[in-house]
Design a protein around this ligand. Structure first.
Ligand SMILES: C[S@@+](CC[C@H](N)C(=O)[O-])C[C@H]1O[C@@H](n2cnc3c(N)ncnc32)[C@H](O)[C@@H]1O
Length: 279
């Protein structure tokens, strides 16, 4: 599958303007480079399809979108509508890994950082080892990075439409290839009840913001996180910017409920935009 965004079409248009015949460009959102021919009508893609200049200009004009190139050399925005949850998901390009827009809101931090750097910080704060529970799959970046250090990662996603976009996103590929990642579809709030007591070493809890999924910040859910965690185990709970008024308030009340749920230590991790809770 060939994917392009404004990050690549900028180079294609520059090549046209400079009269260059061939150019190395990424057709997988920056993971690898492919040499393609630049012609008067457009660029010649692997497989032989011609992507005409007007289509390339349309991609360039839409900096927030990723496009899939069809076999006929047409373009299609990479997005999925979830009938069940009434949400529109789309891939949004960055200079590195793409993020996902959920009804217009980016799933990862992108201001002054990028989705993979954001993810690395979360995963580092969790310190993955042994068996890890990742409560909210999203694009799978936390699961993928945690699986590099843990024996097993179990990751849960509520909406199958999100997983559809993971299948298109080259940066999510390891989610499907990795032998030590188990993917579950369901509501973490319900699915967690099926895990045995003390069956995880680490938990990465990266939920939607409090106003969208308050129940994933509830005393009941924190009680379940505590139950499934081994003694000495850790939860990294992403909250948002702890220096902002809302982040500070959410973190303060979440910390109180985590302590109420039995976590003996709850620490602020402002650099990772979250809390670390130790059982
Ligand atoms: C902030 S994103 C997670 C990003 C992810 N950690 C990553 O690395 O890409 C939150 C994700 O949780 C999913 N979600 C929302 N509510 C959920 C629930 N109750 N159980 C499981 N997943 C949920 C959303 O659909 C979204 O994909």
């Amino acid at each position: 599958m060939i994917l392009l965004s404004a990050y690549q079409t900028r180079d294609l248009l520059a090549a046209r303007d400079e009269g260059v015949d061939e150019i190395d460009v990424s057709l997988d959102l920056g993971l690898s480079q492919t040499r393609i021919r630049v012609g008067p009508e457009g660029v010649l893609l692997p497989g032989g399809a011609l992507l005409p200049w007007p289509e390339i200009e349309r991609i360039q004009d839409n900096e927030q979108a990723v496009f899939r190139i069809t076999e006929e050399g047409g373009i299609e925005k990479v997005q999925a509508f979830s009938e069940t949850f009434g949400r529109l998901y789309s891939l949004m390009p960055t200079a590195g890994a793409p993020t996902m827009l959920i009804s217009g809101i980016p799933m990862h931090r992108i201001k002054g950082t990028d989705p993979m750097t954001d993810t690395r910080t979360k995963v580092k704060a969790a310190g993955p080892r042994g068996r890890v529970l990742d409560t909210c799959t999203g694009l799978g970046y936390t699961a993928i990075l945690a699986a590099q250090r843990a024996e097993e990662v179990v990751t849960i996603e509520l909406d199958p439409a999100v997983i559809e976009l993971c299948r298109v996103n080259p940066w999510s590929r390891t989610l499907f290839d990795s032998p030590n990642i188990t993917q579950l579809i369901g509501d973490s709030f319900d699915s967690i009840a099926e895990f045995e007591d003390a069956s995880f070493d680490r938990i990465i809890h990266d939920p939607p913001m409090f106003s969208l999924a308050g129940y994933l910040y509830s005393a009941d859910f924190y009680g379940e996180l505590h139950r499934v965690l081994k003694r000495g185990g850790r939860v990294f709970h992403y909250i948002g910017d702890l220096r902002s008024k809302s982040g500070r308030n959410v973190a303060r009340s979440a910390a109180r409920r985590l302590q109420g749920a039995g976590f003996r230590v709850v620490k602020r991790r402002p650099e990772a935009f979250g809390l670390l809770a130790i059982k």
